[in-house]
Design a protein around this ligand. Structure first.
Ligand code: FAD
Length: 469
């Protein structure tokens, strides 16, 4: 039935980009369909990304507290604290199931038709969906939100047992004795910390000269310090040359800074060297949708592809591979299709690492300001000087505010510390309203909270007049 299967908008992919785009389209009165090849909605983020990794970070954090910190707090346990990994992974899965189920509910609530199956273009207006049976739908507009998949290095054979990606690391059957993490970016460090807390020896091997290399260097330095204290083995400036599995062992060979070969043996190797845009099976060429040489769907400033009725959002296009970036783009495209004139300020999309301490940034880093020749001033405040930090014994980290030297406008905020992932929202709001450092320094921050470090850093940036240091 042509009418039944004809839509104003079809969204391909149900990750945070796709499902948010679908909801916004439906809110704006468009007849909307969403196509997902997996059996559950929610994409990478909800199924094998943001949510399960945070669930395991939380569980492992509780375990570490019980082992290391309960005694200090005067909490005595009757016996040894042990990990039941199976149960921990099952709880993670329960969280995932509940969250993906929530998306089913949202689709129903908004009258969005959900199709399960691989969507591929027949032409710019028709999409074939290969599910239990193949059906065809017609769409005036299509939003490509097909996301990304873990990438690897050409010489690595991911066997998904011992040489694994983040997807397998979220459902291991045993705690590794020695986990070697290739790639010191967000995903590698988060999952590395999960297994370190559970007792694995963890070695990080990073090609660049610092971990989290895209963030402000001060944050890398502090996180590196904390990780070293937790007995992670950190190998930066190491170029991995080979990864071989021999029985239950994985042997990694890398060249260090001096060009000497280093051999690292572990029982598991997590390859977390980034993610690649995913367009397999989409048949984009049939619709006249061009990809660039990095495999991303090419889009203009309106996120419109080379086919004028087709848009693309999220990990499959350029820019930060983050769930909240994909969501903003989902809303942006829905509103664009509806004839509105939305706006995204990409400079104000925060970046977060959910290790503990958490790391969060928004705006420009010192490196970027120096490169652009911007005259700026910097104010920092250490978490250890806060009463709140001492009460919880979370004393690592700092907040740093970078402001324009003449106008005092905040240009970047970089923080590492307890709950930085939540605190960064204050910086986003301030910068969205183009606040000066002095504006923030004159706002009351509840005492005792970690956010007082933001006020103090703002005071430090204003006239070097922090109060508590
Ligand atoms: P995706 O979430 O990748 O969704 C794409 C969907 O499209 C998938 O479900 C896929 O099956 C489907 N699909 C693809 N092709 C087709 C087709 N042809 N037909 C039908 N369906 C198709 N980001 C954060 O912001 N915060 C975090 O804490 C965070 N943690 C992460 C942790 C891990 C371990 C990983 C791997 C990623 C993490 N990310 C995090 C990144 C985040 O998951 C992605 O940025 C986000 O999921 C991108 O959303 P998306 O909608 O573009 O695509």
């Amino acid at each position: 039935n042509i009418d039944m299967n004809s839509y104003d908008v079809a969204v391909i992919g149900s990750g945070p980009g796709g499902y948010v785009a679908a909801i916004r389209c439906a809110q704006l009165g468009m007849k909307t369909a969403i196509i997902e090849k997996y059996s559950t909605l929610g994409g990478t983020c909800l199924n094998v990304g943001c949510i399960p990794s945070k669930a395991l970070l939380d569980s492992s954090h509780h375990f570490e507290d019980a082992v290391k910190h309960f005694d200090t707090h005067g909490i005595e346990l009757p016996g040894d604290v042990k990990v039941n990994l199976e149960k921990m992974i099952a709880r993670k899965q329960a969280v995932v199931d509940q969250t993906t189920g929530g998306i089913d509910f949202l689709m129903k609530k908004n009258n969005i038709d959900v199709y399960q199956g691989l969507g591929s273009f027949k032409d710019a207006r028709h999409i074939n969906i290969a599910g239990e049976e193949t059906i065809e739908i017609e769409a005036k507009h299509t939003i490509i939100a097909t996301g990304s998949k873990p990438s690897s290095l050409p010489f690595i054979n991911i066997d998904k047992e011992r040489i694994i990606t983040s997807t397998e690391a979220l459902k291991l059957k045993e705690i590794p004795k020695h986990l070697v993490v290739i790639g010191g970016g967000v995903i590698g460090l988060e999952l590395g910390q999960v297994y370190r807390r559970l007792g694995a020896e963890v070695t990080v091997v990073e090609y660049m000269d610092r971990i989290i290399p895209t963030m402000d260097a001060g944050l890398s330095k502090e996180l590196n310090k904390v990780f070293k204290k937790a007995k992670f083995k950190m190998n930066v400036s190491h170029k991995v040359k080979s990864v071989e599995r021999v029985g239950d062992e994985v042997i990694i060979k890398a060249d260090n800074k001096k060009g000497e070969e280093v051999e690292i043996k572990g029982d598991y190797c997590l390859v977390s060297v980034g993610r690649r845009p995913y367009t397999d099976g989409l048949n984009s060429e049939a619709a006249g949708v061009k990809l660039n040489d990095r495999g991303q769907v090419e889009v203009n400033d309106h996120l419109q592809t080379s086919a004028s009725n087709i848009y693309a959002i999220g990990d499959v296009i350029k820019g930060a591979m983050l769930a909240h970036k994909a969501e903003e783009e989902g809303v942006f495209v829905a509103e664009t299709i509806a004839g509105q004139k939305p706006h995204i300020d990409y400079n104000l999309i925060p970046g977060v690492v959910y290790t503990w301490p958490e790391v969060a940034s928004v705006g420009k880093s010192e490196e970027q300001l120096k490169e652009a020749g911007v005259a700026y001033k910097s104010g920092s405040f250490p978490m250890r000087a806060l009463g709140r930090s001492r009460a919880s014994m979370d004393i690592d980290g700092f907040v740093k505010i970078l402001a324009d030297k003449t106008t005092d406008e905040i240009l970047g905020v970089h923080m590492i510390g307890a709950r930085a992932a939540d605190m960064i929202a204050e910086a986003v709001v301030a910068m969205e309203f183009r606040a000066s450092a002095e504006d923030v320094s004159r706002m009351s921050h509840a005492h005792p909270t970690y956010t007082e470090a933001i006020k103090e850093a703002a005071l430090a940036a204003t006239e070097d007049r922090a109060l508590h240091i």
